[in-house]
Ligand binder design. Sequence first.
Ligand code: SF4
Length: 434
Amino acid sequence: MTDHTPLPPARGCRDVPVLKQRGQREVFCGLTGIIWLHRKMQDAFFLVVGSRTCAHLLQSAAGVMIFAEPRFGTAILEEKDLAGMADAHDELDREVARLLSRRPDIRQLFLVGSCPSEVIKLDLARAAERLTRVHAPHVRVLNYTGSGIETTFTQGEDACLASMVPELPETEARELLLVGALPDVVEDQALALLSGLGLDRVRCLPARRRDEMPAVGPNTIFALVQPFLGETHAALERRGARHIAAPFPFGEEGTTAWLAAVAEAFGVPPERFNEVTAAPRARARKAIAAQSKELRGKRIFFFPDSQLEVPLARFLTRECGMEALEVGTPYLHRTICGPDLDLLAEGPVISEGQDVDLQLDRCRAARPDLTVCGLGLANPLEAEGLRTKWAIELVFTPVHFYEQAGDLAGLFSRPLRRRARLTGLERLPESAAP
Ligand code: SF4
């Protein structure tokens, strides 16, 4: 670390009391993850076993992005399935056979559970085993749930990656495994940085294609790039892999600390580390400084949504000069987010779970300059004069590592800048307004 990095706080948030609430929640379901996962895994298909509502959610969220044959679809459970009057398994087998005969490019098929399939207790694990027997070796069939009954939207990716871990081949090799779906261009940047540090045996989960899937074993050392991968973390540890705990690679400080933890695990000399990171660190600092003028001294309130809240609060308070009022997160994984909690200075309310009405009351009373929340809360809060940022944008936008640090700060400064411009316009005499 150089003198540019702020000192760790005297007291971080790792051990502060957490406000835990359970009540009505406002979150998207785990099916949402399919939108970025289907772009990442280029020979995978996601077949949601669900209702017309599930199909509409996927179509409206991802419809505009379809430019070729889609790699996701919905096998719709009709009323007779839900009433137990038809054998949903037979219908599913027929659907899958039809799909795979038409699409030989598919090498991995995910059967994705939904609220309706869970309500009727459709056993998709059994279906996946049966279908793998039928379609192996060309296609491997796995299953996970994206149901909205007990999840928040980033848990879809966690459940998907966790479903793959038991299927990964065994290895004794000492390898670094990067875990979490990153846009290809960001993943390439991370691999280039690691290669600069001398780490060439680096694998990624998920891989872009089935043939490139990593192996795992007792000498695998893994680093998460997303904080919402609790189940995947546990599944990898069950396979004997060792986790490198580190702040997440958001912003200059987070990226440097994440890389430093990896470098330490692999014995990279400090001189080499400094040589490789100095230039991108300087670029990241400059880009953040350009964006953070609007953020300095502003107060931010996080509703629980993406599970990125803790590392983002660390980034925004330490690198952009914001003050966090409440950092709400759907689940607080202390093992995974501990290093970020250590760096987040004591002060904000840390809350886990949600009772949305009570949280809205706290937000209205605090009148933050910026509120990070789901789509459903953003419009009402904007109508009340609060500025908002949609949490879901944070997973659709490349925000990791040095080269994206300025864009990450920009995601938060833009709504404030827009507001400042509108306020300026409101003050103009009518004849001067465009
Ligand atoms: S899985 Fe549940 S919450 Fe998600 S779209 Fe389907 S019915 Fe709605």
